[in-house]
Design a binder for this molecule. Structure first.
Ligand code: ADP
Ligand code: ADP
Length: 217
């Protein structure tokens, strides 16, 4: 089993890379942001609660986030491990993940850190467009679809996330430095952190990630 924790700020390319790795490694992508958005669309109680935090760029409380991940990890498609994208985001969540995996006699195998400087993170978030159907992510300048506003994969319209306003983007990056960046030392101390240069082409970042993950086998 392989449990990979993808680290990196908002806009670093975790989602983009997780989707590619998913195919190559045959592991499911567990993206807490996507799970919250699914709850939002289905108008669940969890979705309504999460929205109040997401709309302003703050983190959803650890307790509900951990419970959601616990349920997701118990599903059969996680039998061989998982790619965690956007979780953990606090030390508390990281401790909870250790406990969860230990209960399954498992552990985190590697925490690749996709390193991108904050000014570039902001540019990435500002131009991000997402497929309304399959969730594939594009960038107006760096990774444009063949036809503006339309997904290359399934032809569905692209949209800009409601939390991708300038104020929320800035707050998400601040929250990342305050609450999530301490996790870099957390995983570094456990000798699980591998730094990847995230300011390369999507293809090159992918290759570096595959190499780093395969090296842990
Ligand atoms: P991005 O791709 O910009 O990093 P995400 O889709 O990962 O954004 O997350 C969007 C929002 O969902 C976050 O701003 C936060 O409110 C919430 N969220 C996602 N993951 C977590 C988490 N692990 N803990 C708490 N809140 C989370
Ligand atoms: P995260 O999940 O870490 O928040 P995303 O995967 O959603 O990040 O990527 C954020 C934006 O940056 C998207 O518009 C995506 O197309 C773009 N992007 C991702 N990786 C790269 C890269 N290596 N170079 C340029 N743009 C990128």
């Amino acid at each position: 089993m392989t449990y990979v924790v993808l680290m990196g700020g908002p806009g670093a390319g975790k989602g983009t890379q997780a989707k590619r790795l998913r195919k190559e490694l045959g592991l499911p992508q567990i993206a807490t942001g996507d799970l919250f958005r699914e709850n939002l669309r289905n108008e669940t109680e969890l979705g309504k609660l999460a929205r109040t935090y997401m709309d302003v760029g703050e983190l959803v409380p650890d307790e509900v986030t951990v419970a959601m991940v616990k349920e997701r990890l118990s599903r059969p498609d996680c039998a061989n491990g998982a790619l965690l994208d956007g979780f953990p985001r606090t030390i508390n969540q990281a401790d909870a993940l250790q406990t969860l995996l230990a209960e399954m006699c498992e552990k985190v195998h590697i925490a690749p850190y996709i390193h991108v400087n904050p000014d570039i993170l902001l540019k990435r978030l500002a131009g991000r467009w997402t497929c309304s159907d399959c969730g594939h992510v594009y960038h107006v300048l760096f990774n444009p679809p063949q036809q503006a506003g339309i997904c290359d994969i399934d032809g569905s319209p692209l949209y800009q996330r409601v939390d991708d306003t300038e104020a929320t983007q800035k707050r998400r990056i601040e929250v990342y430095f305050e609450q999530t960046a301490p996790l870099l030392d957390y995983y570094r101390d456990k000798e699980l952190l591998v730094e990847i240069n995230g300011e390369q082409s999507i293809e090159q970042v992918h290759e570096d990630l595959v190499q780093a993950i395969r090296n842990t086998d």
